[in-house]
Design a protein around this ligand. Structure first.
Ligand SMILES: CC(C)(COP(=O)(O)OP(=O)(O)OC[C@H]1O[C@@H](n2cnc3c(N)ncnc32)[C@H](O)[C@@H]1OP(=O)(O)O)[C@@H](O)C(=O)NCCC(=O)NCCS
Length: 431
């Protein structure tokens, strides 16, 4: 295929109810993400899982000579914004191009078409998880949440006497996730609404994680422990698996936290205390945790928790600058005129962000008035930089120092003060 031919290749959509069509389409992501082809005995079950995962979503791609050579998937989901709770976003996934067809502009065509359609549907935001960090800035996406891996030396952990939860009167219960997942889902749902960056998890997400033998399941050694309050209501859980490892007769067993959510710091402490005290476990690892994880602050020896690597997780793109800024609330107050640059994209323009202290709610958060304006901007920034700032997880001051946000120091500080959030945004949900 010559570079010129790529423009002529047709963009097609897939009927997700047609399993054969989904099967043909899903070969491309397997090649591009370097996944093994399913063995003959596994193929039918794998296809059933894929069909369930993508049912009703928007599947598209590019066809060459009758065969898929590029894929793209998007669907509506909910993203929690600072101060307001969940808003509908266009989530993007399964972005793949065969190695035989790479760097001919196929991704550019697919993402351009999808983002414009999402804006037409009324979405103010799109979100994705980037396989590689250099890909999506050019398409207006910025790092909105980060996550950190933890390695905890279990035997070095003693909770401080003032750590909440010492007098917790709830109880812990080992549950079978395959049956009990609706209880975990309810806890997660409350948790993801309480912090910016949380994404909804549909029933199919839970079924895929908890199905026995499933390709994307938590695995045969995984365990789930539910916390119930004194009245018996579920208010926290930890899912973990133990890696059985010995040096001679000395245990080096490791617990890996797969998912942990709690309705309060007290319940959070109980769950961590539990997993750190499982007999034979010497090390606890937890991936993709919030960058402001509470655990070190609860311990006599915070260095028992080693943190890193710290990486980007959710990337967010404004599709409509005014809509995106109005989709959250603010703790600060003031006015900033922002010019958003988005060449070829849908989010360009100049908007006045005004947060009036008179409109502050009882919870301390204020709705902004966001309007288009002809005024000269205080701050000029790209769509990707606005995407990085919206959830409060990236510093406007740091982006300005990096030459990616432009304005006087005073204007940048004003913007920085408006956008701050009390908790770091966090997204623990792969999609
Ligand atoms: C990433 C991938 C989808 C890119 O598809 P593609 O059709 O080759 O991309 P395009 O030709 O449309 O490239 C558009 C631009 O992005 C750049 N780009 C694409 N992939 C890139 C990468 N991995 N790293 C850095 N830049 C990249 C191109 O150089 C081009 O730059 P330009 O704007 O300066 O011209 C494809 O290489 C792939 O499938 N990779 C493996 C799976 C993967 O990582 N998918 C992404 C999942 S989030």
């Amino acid at each position: 295929m010559s570079p010129l031919d790529a423009e002529a290749l047709p963009l097609r959509t897939v009927d997700t109810a047609d399993a054969e069509a989904v099967a043909a389409w899903s070969r491309v992501p397997r090649v591009a993400f370097m996944e093994a082809e399913p063995l003959p005995g596994e193929a039918a079950a794998r296809l059933r899982e894929t069909v369930e995962r993508v049912a009703g979503q928007r599947l598209s791609g590019v066809v060459d000579d009758g065969a898929w050579v590029a894929t793209y998937r998007s669907f509506d989901t909910e993203l929690t914004m600072p101060g307001t709770g969940p808003v509908s976003v266009n989530a993007v996934s399964s972005v793949t191009v065969l190695p035989t067809h790479r760097r001919r502009g196929l991704l550019r065509r697919m993402i351009g078409a999808d983002l414009h359609r999402a804006r037409e549907r009324g979405h103010a935001l799109a979100a994705l998880i980037a396989a590689e960090a250099p890909i999506y800035g050019r398409f207006g996406f910025g790092t909105a949440t980060r996550a950190v891996d933890l390695t905890v030396e279990a035997r070095a952990c003693r909770f401080r006497p003032d750590a909440p939860g010492a007098d917790d009167d709830g109880r812990l219960e080992l549950v079978e996730a395959q049956e009990a997942w609706p209880l975990l889902a309810a806890v997660h749902d409350a948790s993801r609404r309480a912090r910016p960056g949380g994404l909804a998890r549909e029933e199919r997400w839970w079924r895929e994680r908890t199905r026995s033998g499933g390709h994307r399941a938590w695995g045969p050694r995984s365990r789930a422990v539910l916390h119930r309050d004194a009245a018996g209501a579920p208010d926290g859980y930890v899912a973990y698996e133990v890696v059985d490892r010995w040096e001679g007769r000395v245990s080096r067993c490791e617990a890996r936290v797969l998912d942990l959510h709690a309705a309060s710091p007290a319940v959070y402490r109980r769950l961590w205390e539990f997993v750190l005290s499982v007999d034979l476990v010497r090390t606890v690892r937890a991936g993709q945790r919030p960058v402001d994880e509470l655990l070190p602050l609860l311990l006599e020896d915070p260095r028992a928790v080693q943190q890193g690597p710290l990486d980007d997780f959710l990337w967010v793109r404004p599709l409509d600058a005014a809509g995106a800024l109005a989709a959250r609330r603010y703790l600060g107050c003031g006015t900033v005129v922002l010019r958003v640059l988005d060449p070829g994209g849908p989010a360009g323009g100049t908007v006045r962000l005004h947060v009036d202290p008179q409109r502050c709610g009882e919870d301390g958060w204020t709705c902004a008035e966001v309007t288009g304006t002809d005024a000269e901007p205080d701050v000029v920034l790209g769509a990707a930089e606005l995407g990085a700032l919206l959830l409060g997880g990236t510093s406007a001051v740091a982006l300005a120092a990096a030459g990616r946000v432009h304005g006087t120091a005073e204007a940048v500080h004003r913007l920085h003060a408006l956008l701050g959030t009390p908790t770091a945004p966090w997204c623990p949900t792969w999609f």
